[in-house]
Design a protein around this ligand. Structure first.
Ligand code: OGA
Ligand code: MN
Length: 293
């Protein structure tokens, strides 16, 4: 078995991991090594992982229960991939580049906003595992921001002020930021806001981090405009270059991140002409970060 190597990519966030082959089942010590590296670096890049959907699922199952139905709102018949995958490609269900007004494309544009996956679910995501099956090199970078380093860099007064704040998260808010409001009545029900703490503590490292996302629509007990102006300030603070790792994709990269301690976004590319086939599997975190109403 090859020795695992972990090389940090920036001062705070991201590392490149080599010496694991995801086409084979992982040994318990390899699973532990991945978790240790995730706890330390929050984002891992595993290059050269030419895997099948089944191999991606088998790898993902090492890290807790799967988060299903990530393509929120889509009917099964509209899906290109099994429901345990988030189809982050620009392809429609027939595998062709999605048309400009395709509804899935509209929803996917939300990934251009800084977010944490499934923060709009009462039990949000733990790890996201994104496999680059067909990548783009001209645009389509994925950027990651370190919410632990961002929290640490706040002044003490702000830390004290936000310690017990609770936010409401919903896809309605993130999509609404882009002017996307074409929802069916049952989709609206599925997007009922959930509550999440603004400051969370990592269960293993004990480090505090900001739990921010474009899905936030208000802070409980605050007037909404005041809440959103403050959330914008925090977002701006948390996504400064010193907290960010920019990933430029190579074919068969597998990138995984801890949604409890990071935000991410994808950058624009020529998605009406160039194929980008990215497939995400996701595991669930321990449970809600705050009581639900
Ligand atoms: C995701 C996501 C970014 C990308 O998979 O959760 O936001 O680079 N994707 O496609
Ligand atoms: Mn995402």
């Amino acid at each position: 078995m090859a020795a695992i190597e972990v090389r940090p990519l920036t001062k705070h966030i991201g590392a490149r991991m080599t010496g694991v082959d995801l086409r084979e089942p992982l040994m318990p010590d390899q699973v532990a090594a991945v978790e240790r590296a995730m706890d330390a670096h929050a984002v891992l890049v595993l290059p050269g992982q030419d895997i099948t959907d089944e191999q991606q699922l088998a790898f993902t199952r090492n890290f807790g229960p799967l988060e299903e139905g990530a393509n929120s709102g889509a009917r099964d018949a509209e899906l290109r991939l099994p429901v345990v995958f988030a189809d982050v490609s620009n392809l429609d269900k027939e595998g062709r580049i999605a048309a400009r007004d395709n509804k899935k494309r509209m929803a996917a544009l939300g990934n251009r906003l800084w977010h944490s996956d499934a923060s709009f679910r009462a039990t949000p995501a733990r790890y996201s595992i994104l496999s680059g099956r067909v990548v783009t090199t001209d645009g389509g970078n994925t950027e990651f921001a370190d919410m632990r380093a961002a929290y640490d860099a706040l002044d003490d007064a702000t830390k004290a002020e936000i310690e017990d704040l609770v936010c409401e998260h919903s896809l309605i808010y993130s999509r609404g930021q882009l002017g996307f409001s074409d929802f069916l009545p049952d989709e609206r029900v599925a997007m009922t806001p959930v509550r999440q703490r603004l400051v969370r503590t990592h269960p293993v490292t004990g480090r505090k981090s900001l739990f921010l996302a474009a899905h936030i629509g208000t802070i409980v007990g605050w007037p909404q405009p005041e809440a959103m102006a403050f959330i914008r300030d925090l977002m701006e603070h948390a996504t400064q270059p010193q907290f960010v790792y920019v990933h430029r994709w190579a074919q068969h990269d597998l990138v995984m991140w801890d949604n409890r301690t990071t935000m991410h976004r994808v950058r624009r590319f020529d998605d009406l002409h160039v194929v980008r086939d990215m497939r995400r599997t996701t595991t669930r975190s321990e449970g809600p970060t705050a009581p639900q109403p």
